[in-house]
Design a protein around this ligand. Structure first.
Ligand SMILES: Cc1ncc(COP(=O)(O)O)c(C=O)c1O
Length: 467
């Protein structure tokens, strides 16, 4: 049975529909107006550029479509950076969440961290049923991905009584000071906030396989990143493993590279943690909730983290929700050190429960794999284009990396392709790391209609074939 689409209003002129070259006059005016009042990220004038990926002023959204204020309708291959896994304005999730809230007697928000709410227990039971050995975890709710990571770090530090953390370079962890201290993605962040960054963080090489320092391709992987660099350098020259409270990493580096860590990498990290009593934290903020083709990335590997975090679409796309899933033996020892007034608000928990029902009813995990396969089949031909160096990713966490060769990223070319896609009505987001900001992500909603996905990919291919 085909999945129901609810974007009729937006697709009455066909999709994509470019009425005037974006950004159109209303969008431009709106952006100038907004800059007088708001300080959102996109409005910032970064030293290096405009401060936003695409000059898009959104009027309304439905499923995988975005209409701008000039009447242009775009196919969104970015799903609001994974916040809209279930499509924008999903009518089932909205109405079901409302019913769930009514059933539990609280609408909207409530200081859920401070009282016992049966709704929280019900939501936790359901989400934990999707986690391997879920009965061994407890859920701590917060609002943002970064907050869930703060909760994870604070818990690991208080549990172990140790003060150092080893973070794996390349992961994105968040923008609050704890997460930011643990993040080595942009030297600019370190430079700007040095005074507030903890000096107890040590950096190991992450699973940055496409940019590997030690071997040319995953086929010739010698495991030096973890075997030699982590063990023989970081844990020998810089910090003793006995001092380390936690390892923190994205097991599937998303925006920074779109690369799943090899099984051996994660296995080796797990073994070191077991040997020295270190808490292993996986950030699945973007890669969790089904994006990789399985509900959780660590499921692919059969490796259990002690704590893992999730956010983005966790609240079903109707309200912010993040969570740190913490092993019971840790929670038995320490109180929940993190707290958040709105964490686990009834509307977010109800959104989560409704989304879980929606996933089950529509067999969405199967759909993620089916759509992922369709993209992969298209990718097979794309590497013939001279500027496409690699295509990669699992499920609906995919990217196209534009380089001449491994060491020659085509950043300007990538920007050009992204701009051309935008002009033709397809939204993508860029990504990468350091001087390798050379990839475009393809992370559509799980609910994107097949024809819209195909049209989006056709336009993508047409543009790279002509440029
Ligand atoms: C992998 C990952 N971790 C953490 C975060 C931080 O989440 P938030 O922006 O909700 O704080 C993000 C956000 O982009 C992310 O992609």
């Amino acid at each position: 049975m085909a999945l129901k689409d609810w974007s009729d209003d937006l697709k009455s002129n066909g999709v994509p529909f470019i009425y005037c070259a974006p950004p159109g006059p209303k969008s431009r005016d709106n952006i100038l107006e907004a800059k007088k009042y708001v300080t959102s990220y996109w409005a910032g004038q970064g030293k290096s550029g405009n401060g936003w990926d695409l000059p898009l002023t959104v009027k309304r959204v439905a499923n995988s479509l975005i209409e701008d204020v000039d009447g242009n309708v775009y196919i969104d291959l970015n799903s609001g950076i994974s916040t809209a896994n279930f499509g924008y304005n999903n009518p089932f999730i909205w109405s079901r969440a409302q019913k769930i809230m009514e059933e539990y007697g609280i609408l909207g928000i409530f200081p859920s961290n401070d009282y016992n709410l049966p709704l929280m227990t019900a939501a936790s039971k359901k989400i934990l049923s999707t986690v391997p050995n879920g009965h061994r975890y407890r859920v701590h709710y917060a609002c943002d991905g970064t907050e869930a990571n703060e909760a994870a770090l604070k818990t690991a530090i208080s549990y172990t009584g140790r003060s150092c953390v080893v973070s794996f370079m390349g992961s994105f962890l968040g923008r609050t000071m704890g997460s930011l201290s643990c993040m080595a993605q942009k030297s600019r962040d370190a430079d700007t906030f040095r005074s507030l960054r903890s000096s107890n963080i040590y950096f190991a090489e992450g699973a940055n396989c496409p940019n590997c320092l030690f071997c040319d391709s995953p086929d010739s992987c010698n495991g030096y990143c973890i075997e030699k660099f982590l063990k023989d350098r970081v844990l020998t020259f810089q910090v003793s493993p006995e001092e380390v409270a936690a390892f923190i990493m994205e097991p599937y580096i998303t925006g920074g590279l779109m690369n799943p860590a090899p099984q051996e990498f994660l296995k080796c990290a797990r073994e070191i943690c077991d040997q020295y009593g270190i808490v292993l934290i996986f950030d699945e903020v973007q890669s969790g909730m089904g994006r990789s083709g399985r509900m959780w990335v660590h499921e692919h590997h059969g490796i259990e983290p002690d704590i893992f975090t999730s956010a983005k679409s966790l609240g079903g796309g109707i309200s912010p929700l993040s969570a740190a899933f913490i092993k019971e033996e840790i929670m038995e020892e320490v109180p929940a050190y993190h707290g958040s007034t709105y964490g686990g608000a009834p509307i977010s928990l109800a959104g989560n429960m409704a989304a879980m029902e929606y996933m089950d009813q529509n067999k969405l995990l199967e759909r993620v794999n089916k759509l992922g396969k369709i993209i992969e089949n298209r990718f097979l031909e794309w590497t013939d284009y001279s500027n496409v160096w690699q295509t990669r990713g699992w499920g609906l966490l995919k990217a196209v990396d534009f380089r001449e060769d491994k060491n020659k990223p085509l950043v300007d070319y990538k920007n050009k392709i992204q701009g051309e896609l935008f002009k033709k009505g397809v939204i993508t987001m860029s990504g990468g790391q350091g001087r390798y900001l050379s990839m475009l992500r393809i992370i559509p909603s799980f609910t994107i209609p097949l024809d819209q996905l195909s049209i989006g990919l056709d336009i993508f291919e047409e543009i790279i074939s002509k440029n």
